[in-house]
Ligand binder design. Structure first.
Ligand code: ZN
Length: 433
């Protein structure tokens, strides 16, 4: 479970006076509010007029004014891959070209980029060998600057299945049980399963990879140790198997049949809506790819290969948006996860994914909840983080403007606090703060 105490935080009582507050509890933006933090925790939240009478118990006081800003809980990205460069290299390339030492250094750099962008917690949903566990140790020792990072280690996958090269192959009931126990022994905060194939060349994205019995054994072992289970599902069969097994979150969740054709499946949609499972659409990833290609297109002609990729990505993006728009209407629960590090999605813009949830029909404030409190609920740590409430960790984000009026404002980061410590923003690091 994530480390919550922060010995480096000083004891100053910091009173933050934002123009607006999105606390994650009320389903509206509030004005005239203040939030007090001390040590690593949120001490108090209430009307600004009452902030002056707070007793600092002899500790120094400091008041921070953000009159044009909105204060919200720090962002929580439920789906990242810190080993990956986000520069278009495939998993196979990173497996062949790099080693664990280089991948770990990249994880450190990506973690810093994430926290500077306002992400104060993230899940690493698949990394090589021991690298994610080492990253956590480095963060805990203060060697690396980053968010709270919850890690799965190498995802459970069948022989030759998606992400096999990370080291998590396990087949059969005994082997998957042993693998979950081993990962928890190493420090896994949650369990990630490749329940279908994916981009990995030896895998088939349109087939379920594990049997329901194997998935059920994995979920049983994980839940028995208080760990949530996140399942990568790129086809309808895998989604239904994951639902049968009782996983906590389904990543990608796309409705493809075994022959690779897309078909919106009403029956599966109904099951998803009736269940408590969280869905992570990862639509920001396709957007990042298309934005990149569109930008290149303004500079030069695309190659034939790039044209094909743009076309394919545009149609799959349209299908995905239509699917999740329908699923939101059906009543599913969405959760924000960028899948950054993968493909051409570098760390530092989880906001792009949150905006796609708004595009799929969540209100702006619901989309913000999906990027703050909902991932915390999915991971079972909403008692510690995810909302701006007294007693929770002081993981906070201040953005300029009101993101419920214009979601682009989420990218205009004014201040980041993690466990009560103020962290330099990306803009400040670039010297433009
Ligand atoms: Zn992923």
């Amino acid at each position: 479970m994530p480390q919550i105490d922060n010995p480096l935080a000083d004891n100053t009582l910091r009173i933050i006076l934002p123009g607006k507050l999105i606390d994650g509890v009320a389903d509206k933006v509030q004005e005239g509010m203040a939030v007090a933090i001390q040590g690593s925790a949120i001490r108090w939240a209430g009307p600004a007029s009452e902030a002056e009478s707070l007793d600092s118990a002899g500790a120094p006081r400091e008041t921070l004014h953000f009159p044009g800003g909105t204060l919200l809980a720090g962002l929580f990205d439920i789906h990242t891959h810190t080993n990956m460069p986000g520069d278009g290299r495939t998993g196979e390339q990173v497996n062949d070209d790099d080693n664990d030492e280089i991948r770990l250094l990249r994880s450190a750099r990506n973690s810093t980029a994430a926290v500077a962008s306002g992400v104060t917690t993230m899940c690493d949903c698949g990394s090589w060998g021991r690298t994610a566990f080492a990253l956590k140790e480095g963060l805990a020792q203060g060697l690396v600057e980053g968010p709270r990072v919850l890690v799965s280690g190498p995802p459970l996958t069948v022989t030759g299945g998606h992400l096999w090269y990370m080291g998590g192959e396990a087949d059969g009931l005994d082997a998957v049980r042993a693998r979950v126990r081993y990962l928890i022994k190493q420090g896994a905060d949650f369990i990630k399963i490749a329940a279908s194939g994916g981009s990995t060349l030896t895998s088939d994205p349109y087939r379920a990879s594990y049997s329901v019995a194997e998935l059920t054994a994995i979920v049983e072992e994980a839940h028995n140790r208080g760990r949530s289970v996140l399942a990568h599902c790129r086809c309808t069969d895998a989604i239904n198997a994951a639902l049968d097994a009782g996983v906590d979150a389904i990543l990608h969740c796309s409705f493809y049949d075994n022959d690779g054709s897309y078909r919106y499946d009403d029956k599966t949609a109904g099951r998803l809506a009736a269940s408590e499972v969280w869905l992570n659409p990862t639509m920001g990833l396709g957007n990042a790819n298309r934005t990149r290609l569109a930008k290149i297109k303004t500079e030069r002609a695309l190659t034939a290969d790039e044209e094909v990729r743009l076309e394919r990505s545009t149609s799959s993006g349209e299908r995905s948006l239509a699917q999740f728009t329908a699923l939101v209407k059906a009543g599913v629960k969405l959760v924000g996860g960028s899948d950054c590090g993968w493909s051409y999605y570098p760390f530092g813009d989880f906001q792009g994914e949150i905006m796609t949830l708004h595009a799929a029909g969540l209100s702006a404030i619901e989309a913000i909840h999906a990027g703050t409190r909902s991932p915390a609920a999915a991971l079972g740590i909403d008692n510690i983080i995810g909302t701006v409430e007294a007693g929770k960790e002081a993981d906070l984000l201040v953005v300029n403007g009101d993101p419920t009026q214009n979601m682009e404002n989420l990218r205009d980061v004014a201040a980041v606090f993690k466990g009560g410590d103020r962290v330099a923003t990306a803009k400040e690091r670039a010297g433009a703060g």
